[in-house]
Design a protein. Structure first.
Length: 305
């Protein structure tokens, strides 16, 4: 559990709180100790029943504020509704903006998250947002686990991830490529075009999140047909739903590397290709620096010891 790892690093105990569901399915939260005048950090990622976890987070923030907490920081490694960040068709909602408003109104004073799906989401808040990057731990994993990393090619599975991929490629001093995809409907890719050269190179697909894994599986096939020798995937948030594990098991990946922003223990039992890298040290350092009023920009480039 990510929150337990964070408290272990900080040599603290998790705060006492009771969360339960009433008979009418309302969420009920009770803080089990005094929080008056304290700085509170609530760790809650969007996973499982997302609407339930979001509602629990909002109620917990509000419970702490009306119990006279000095400041409440919501640590949300995987931000909910992040895919719904723009009005892409008539009468479509911008749901992540609504979530931002709800967190502010609930009483959150500060948000700490990781690899937001789109940078502009930070502008939806009127409170400070620290958007941390998984890039340092991904770079560390690549250098330690892929022997041919000096001649690999970093690949984005869509044009939207080009900035993320070029940043990693620059720091490794290797080439990059991207895949242009066209969708006819949500979660279904119709056509893919590879822009760049991966022939006789190890290809490393880099993305922020994956749900049904259809895109990355199609992208891996495209890379192998273009001459890539091996294909790895690194993801910040492994949401994984539907036929995801079946697709990964039957795909040509050497490994699917994800952070523990979302618990992955159950998925790992059914898929040997999944490897998890720990981000708790990054969150711990971010919490320390936030609490002490220090800059967190160091964490954008380095993995804390």
């Amino acid at each position: 559990d990510l929150s337990q790892k964070i408290t272990d690093h900080l040599i603290l105990e998790l705060g006492k709180v009771v969360i339960k569901e009433l008979r009418n399915q309302e969420a009920y939260v009770e803080i089990g100790e005094s929080v008056r005048g304290e700085d509170i950090y609530i760790v809650q990622s969007s996973c499982g029943k997302i609407n339930d976890s979001l509602m629990e987070l909002l109620i917990m923030i509000n419970a702490c504020k009306i119990a006279s907490a000095s400041q409440v920081t919501a640590v949300i490694p995987c931000f909910p509704y992040a895919w719904q960040d723009k009005k892409d068709k008539s009468r479509a909602p911008i749901s992540v903006k609504l979530v931002a408003n709800m967190l502010s109104i609930a009483g959150a004073d500060h948000i700490t998250t990781m690899d937001l799906h789109a940078f502009q989401i930070q502008a939806f808040f009127d409170i400070p947002v620290d958007n941390l990057y998984a890039e340092p731990v991904v770079l560390k994993w690549i250098r330690e686990n892929i022997s041919e990393w000096r001649s690999c090619t970093i690949v984005s599975p869509d044009a939207g991830g080009a900035k993320r991929v070029t940043s990693i490629a620059d720091r490794l001093d290797v080439d990059f490529a991207l895949i242009h995809k066209e969708r006819k409907k949500v979660n279904e890719v119709d056509h893919m075009v590879l822009v760049g050269d991966v022939k006789d190179h190890v290809a490393i697909l880099v993305d922020d999140m994956a749900d049904t894994c259809g895109t990355i599986c199609h992208a891996a096939d495209k890379l192998l047909s273009a001459g890539a020798t091996r294909v790895y995937v690194t993801l910040t948030h492994g949401i994984f739903s539907g036929p995801d594990i079946t697709r990964i098991n039957s795909a040509c990946f050497e490994a699917v590397v994800i952070t523990n922003s979302i618990p992955q223990e159950d998925k790992m039992k059914h898929c040997s290709k999944i490897q998890v890298i720990d981000i708790s040290t990054i969150l711990v350092e971010a919490i320390k620096r936030t609490h002490n009023g220090e800059s967190v920009s160091y964490l954008f480039s380095y993995v804390p010891l």
